[in-house]
Design a binder for this molecule. Structure first.
Ligand code: FCB
Length: 480
């Protein structure tokens, strides 16, 4: 369905192929994104206490080479220099997350003034440089005491989150207009409590499903509290969505695709935007949970209207049916990201991949944006993360990263195509501003447009940074 208010104001992709540059709508929000634990460091400074990621990364065997975010990019001490680099890029907006245990150590009670002051200084620095701050409240750093009290599978964590959101919003709402509650609740729930490859590292399908519900409940409660205080601001959530396709056009592969689309995408999209769980996903999960954790009224809270839906897009899942004769692991033993559907196979098509092994699939972004707009037409969209890890090398003091430029270019063309077909896409955030702590992969995967030498903390803008600055300056892409 095409929204008449968002008729194409830009040229079509076909015209671009004829050598025309692609321009984006006026006021398009060009941004870059980071997250607190991935860049800040200063883990024990300013009153900050451990989050689940401090505990997890300090546990032997959980991250590559035992890397932690203790120092990371030392952004806590270097934020002014980093904002200067953002200004040189010409960023219109910067998406960052605030650290819950820096603002509310322990996860309940009063705010920590020193923590709030750090973010106030950061936000003021951004505003002085005409960069719109876009704040994410939760990018995975649950205060450890809340995990000890049950973590996201415990219902009370949703209320704790709403309280923390309100407290942060009271302190920073005078200068921050864009508020995202959660980053990628799928990862928090299914990687954190399903397979356990992310903090807190538990593996139990039922807990993952409960965690997903309480994350969304916390989101809804937080939006209600913040909107009551400042109705004029913009509130949203960021989901990591995938294009999902069957390996072959067989009934069994199509069913595998339905299951993975259900758990990865619709498990969150339907409650948040329609106030209901998808019936087929509930059925797929029946041996895992009876959904007894869902209380009357929860779904209405979860579906509190939003001003913007953030979409993080990296790749496509291509899936196939289970191999005949191979029994799936019983759900209570399988450490899986996909409870109830552990038997689905993820296959590769042999197309080019990034250093994460993720297939490069820009058409999947068009597909995802158009699908979300078609099936959930009310909400405006923003791509809140998109980017790629490649092996970068410093040669004569410079980093040349043509593969990353090509990745960004292809995905921005995809965004343009979606806008031209009527998708109300308001902004695009490159992941990431700079190289950083890539969770379980530690510092071994580089996603930045700015190279970070972790020994000296020297920053070197890569050629992708210069390229992106040019895109922002011309509000679009040069002719191919
Ligand atoms: C996303 C995360 C982000 C980063 C990228 C590569 O899932 O939100 O922090 O790790 O992947």
């Amino acid at each position: 369905m095409t929204n008449p208010a968002s008729q194409p104001t830009v040229q079509l992709l076909d015209e671009a192929a004829g050598g025309q540059p692609l321009s984006f709508p006026p006021g398009f929000l060009w941004g870059a994104a980071t997250a607190a634990y991935q860049i800040e460091g200063a883990a024990a400074e300013g009153g900050r206490t451990p989050s689940i990621w401090d505990t997890f990364s300090r546990t032997p065997g959980r991250t590559v080479e035992g890397h932690t975010g203790d120092v990371a990019c030392d952004h806590y001490h270097r934020f002014r220099d980093d904002v200067r680099l953002m200004a040189e890029l010409g960023l219109k907006t910067y998406r960052f997350s605030v650290s819950w245990p820096r603002i509310q150590p322990g996860g309940s009670g009063r705010a920590n003034q020193e923590g709030l002051d750090f973010y106030r200084r950061l936000v003021d620095e951004l505003l002085e440089n005409d960069i719109e701050p876009w704040l994410t409240l939760y990018h995975w750093d649950l205060p450890q005491p809340l995990e000890d009290a049950g973590g996201w599978p415990a219902r009370d964590t949703a209320s704790r989150f709403a309280e923390y959101a309100a407290l942060t919003h009271t302190a920073l709402g005078d200068r921050v207009r864009y508020w995202t509650t959660l980053n990628e609740p799928w990862c928090s729930a299914f990687l954190g409590y399903g397979s356990g490859v992310h903090a807190p590292g538990r593996s139990n399908g039922a807990e993952a499903v409960r965690a997903g519900h309480h994350l969304m409940l916390g989101h809804g409660l937080a939006v209600q509290a913040m909107r009551a205080a400042r109705p004029d601001h913009e509130y949203g959530i960021t989901l990591n969505l995938y294009a999902v396709s069957p390996q072959h056009d067989t009934a069994a592969d199509l069913d595998a695709a339905r299951r993975i689309d259900g758990l990865a995408n619709r498990f969150f999209l339907d409650p948040v935007l329609r106030g209901e769980y998808p019936a087929d996903v509930v059925a797929d999960l029946r041996e895992v949970t009876d959904f007894g954790h869902v209380h009357d009224g929860d779904l209405a809270v979860i579906a509190t209207p939003l001003d913007v839906l953030g979409i993080n897009y990296y790749s496509r899942h291509v899936v196939a049916a289970p191999v005949e004769g191979v029994e799936p692991e019983p759900y209570w033993r399988a450490a899986s990201n996909w409870p109830g559907s552990e038997q689905v196979r993820f296959v590769t098509r042999g197309v080019p991949v990034t250093d994460m092994g993720w297939e490069i699939d820009a058409p999947g972004l068009v597909e995802t944006l158009e699908r979300v707009h078609r099936e959930y037409p009310e909400v405006p969209l923003a791509v809140t993360e998109n980017g790629a890890a490649f092996v970068d090398e410093v040669v004569d003091g410079a980093v040349h990263d043509p593969d990353r430029v090509a990745y960004f270019d292809a995905h921005l063309r995809a965004c343009h195509q979606a806008i031209a077909s009527g998708v109300p896409l308001r902004g695009y955030f490159a992941w990431s501003l700079m190289d950083n702590f890539e969770w379980a992969w530690g510092y071994t995967k580089r996603f930045g447009m700015i190279y970070v030498d972790y020994d000296s903390q020297l920053r070197i803008p890569k050629s992708s940074a210069r390229w992106y600055a040019d895109v922002i300056r011309r509000n679009g892409l040069a002719a191919e």
